[in-house]
Design a protein around this ligand. Sequence first.
Ligand code: GLC
Ligand code: CA
Length: 551
Amino acid sequence: MKKICPEWLKSAVFYEIYPSSFFDSNGDGIGDLPGIIAKLDYLTDLGVNALWLNPCFASTFADGGYDISDYRQVAPRYGSNDDLVRLFREAEKRNIKICLDLVAGHTSTEHQWFKESAKAEKNAYSNYYIWNNSWLESTGGLSMVSGMAERDGSFMNNYFTVQPALNYGFANPDPAFSWQLPVDHPDVLKVREEIKNIIRFYLDLGAAGFRCDLAPSLVKKDPGKIQTMAIWREFREMIDAEYPEAVLISEWAYAPQALKAGFHCDFLLHCGTPGYTTLFRNEPKRDLWRGIDKSAFYEKDGNDYTVKNTNSYFDAAGLGDAEFFFRTYLDHYERTKNDGFISIPTGDHDMTRISDFRDERDLACIFAFILTMPGVPFIYYGDEIGMRNIPGLVSKEGGYTRTQARTPMQWDESRNAGFSTAAKEKLYLPVDSAPDAPNVAEQQKRPGSLWHKVKELLKLRSDHKALQADGEFELLLADYPLIYIRSKGDERILTVIQPARRDWQCSIALPQGMEKLSALLETGIAAEISDGKLTFSGNGGTHFGIWKING
Ligand code: GLC
Ligand code: CA
């Protein structure tokens, strides 16, 4: 039988670090790799055991590092390749795995491959990117850029203008355009080999795997993503053969395709929407904890932004719809659980933070959910203390609205929240200056803080296999509250989460074989078994409870 993942992934909880904003070790105002090393003990103490670092390679930083100019070189502002190796070693001592970001779909226009490819004279790199035959020729409906090269032609960009798409060929090349190469053309096969060698390069240095950027974007005009999936499966086969402990995590946002493409995990982004579709725009109450279409929820008001409440499920108002989420989730889960995992992130560097309109109690409900669900959870740096969006900032390095969720980590009450000793004006982005801005030191000192709740939940997950990635999942109620059972072997664990802030009571039929409940983590919800029924009750101050069944 196919092995779905290396053993370590089943108990992994990832923490995403945006390197520029985590910790600045040398006072230049920008976070760096030695800064991450300095904070590894913090991460161990919190209880995460895996990291995902956004791209930390040489870059033109027009898109926060997703515009790579040299895949094999750490960006000088973050340190050196030796620092990266030191980070791998130090993390290994603490049993922390480190995944890097693999940007396989495009490079920066400053990458050497692109510079060669842009030359008028034909050379080994001419077909590394997608160029038409003349700048006057049709682009065949693709997004293409003209006027940036001596070569007569336009190139296809994958994202921003300065991110030319690497050439993996076309699933169905249009005969009218001779420049649309098939996926097995020898020139485009070379690009795959380049990417495989980059994967090998970092796995050899000690990386544990990769989060794969825009994974569905490789092959162009690829309906059903059939050819793109085949390429990733080829990468996975290489990894299984050469690096069986390594993992591939996709930014695909559609598990039924991604996990068949060979990824070990796929992100469930924009929680609850099926993949990248915009099908459910303007139906924000169906999202679990954040607006789907940001522009619909942020109104510009002079120079300020007013955030509109979205009535998502985890809002304290209790007006959301979990059932809608589970319809998609359960469908994807059932179809993929033998192939790999669905990863639910608290947030990431592209989304707004979860803290809008929420206090620590509300945020704890979200963590209780994410950390008791199947799959491999991801915590975005700072979410463990409820860091806030800082709207209205001038875009930094192509961040635009994403900039608000990329501000420096708030460590303590000292200058620049302990992020950096640089002068305020030199910081990568301003630190949250609100008088009540959360910080790690304060929350560590305060029992019952969000930080402590997250730590307790992480400990619970690590102590109980039923709660880990491959434990079974059985949904009992998708309403207010949310009730489900996780199980593995003889162990069965019941979770109840009530985001709504009100007095409540709820009865369901007693699940089969349930005789008694013993609390593992309790926050005030009362549980009672009587007359073949299971009854829970609580008030506006309570939020979730986790019990061992018959334990
Ligand atoms: C992914 C990244 C995002 C980046 C884009 C282009 O979506 O998460 O930050 O801008 O790809 O690489
Ligand atoms: Ca620095």
